[in-house]
Design a protein around this ligand. Sequence first.
Ligand SMILES: NC(=O)c1ccc[n+]([C@@H]2O[C@H](COP(=O)([O-])OP(=O)(O)OC[C@H]3O[C@@H](n4cnc5c(N)ncnc54)[C@H](O)[C@@H]3O)[C@@H](O)[C@H]2O)c1
Ligand SMILES: [Zn+2]
Length: 356
Amino acid sequence: MKSVQVNLGSRSYPIHVKSGLLKQTASILSDQNHGQKWVIISQYNLMELFGFDLMTELNESGFNCDYITLPLGEASKCLNEFGRVISQMVEIGCDRKTTILALGGGVVGDVSGFVASSFMRGIDYYQIPTTLLAMVDSAIGGKTGINIAEGKNLVGAIYQPKGVLIDPVILESLSKEEVMAGLGEVIKYGAIWDKAFLIDISTWLEDIDSFPFEDAIRKSCKIKAEVVSKDEREGDLRRILNFGHTIGHALESHLGYGKIRHGEAVALGMKCAGFISQKLNLLSKEELSTLNQTINRLPLPQLPHINGNHLMPFIKTDKKSEKGVLNFVLLDGLGNAISSTDVTEELIQESLKVLN
Ligand SMILES: NC(=O)c1ccc[n+]([C@@H]2O[C@H](COP(=O)([O-])OP(=O)(O)OC[C@H]3O[C@@H](n4cnc5c(N)ncnc54)[C@H](O)[C@@H]3O)[C@@H](O)[C@H]2O)c1
Ligand SMILES: [Zn+2]
């Protein structure tokens, strides 16, 4: 099977993207089955949609597979649930040979990956992402973690999976809003890395019913894999994946989690970052208009008026700000992102006018 490779020496792994792939999981993983215990970590709704069938298929193919569920929602990315999953794994007889299958969106992927990184000092795991956001972003690159009261993703590890299995057919049961929000991240890949891809996405978005998800996901994974292969631990290069995220994260925090989807906030953040890039003469007016036209094809939420003075503190505390210097990702031409420390507060404030 043609797969995308994340190249990290002995920790390299394949990303398989193919419609109908979930049904082939047993044959894809059969080489890795040495009689150990396998455990699917998921959510109960996802077990009903695909997990129980997957478990049955694995067990009928000679695997010894069990499952553990997490509650729905961001709240389950917490120390309590992390501890509960670990205890349950011990109860059902998991050991250091156990392999985890993380079946879910970013929440399941982040918790499961962190469990894998620490259970008996680290065990193997595979990501089987079920949301578009997880397929093109969170399942790749090995960032795992949980939230604590003091902030999101403050506890975690960079711990790479053994493989990522992506079946775009799974998206059929996801709400249209979630899928459209995930496309914000897909547009990001075109904007930061590949102008031709951005233009393709723009054309594809003219008719969402025939959007080629498999191709778009594979291409997005390829771009993320290339970036992560060159820069696993977020030096300058991996930072470009945060295009649109400085203002995007600030909008999520300011409006309150749950009020805006992550992908929507990123889409709006990209419009601001595009505006700033054009003001700094890095992006031509035509390029900015191509970027905006593409983003505007997504059904973006109507925001209440955003007071820049209220948003600014969130922008300044974004984790991309190191030692008080804000690293802002800009476009130096479409398909070419750079990280800049030259963006002034005034320019950020001015860019916010594109939000309303
Ligand atoms: N590790 C990383 O690099 C990284 C990157 C980006 C985001 N994240 C994290 O990802 C999380 C958000 O992930 P998300 O947007 O995937 O949300 P999510 O995991 O909460 O999933 C959204 C909801 O959709 C349901 N669902 C998932 N797949 C479905 C399907 N195919 N059909 C029907 N329902 C389905 C889930 O049960 C859940 O209720 C955040 O916690 C964020 O911090 C991590
Ligand atoms: Zn994101």
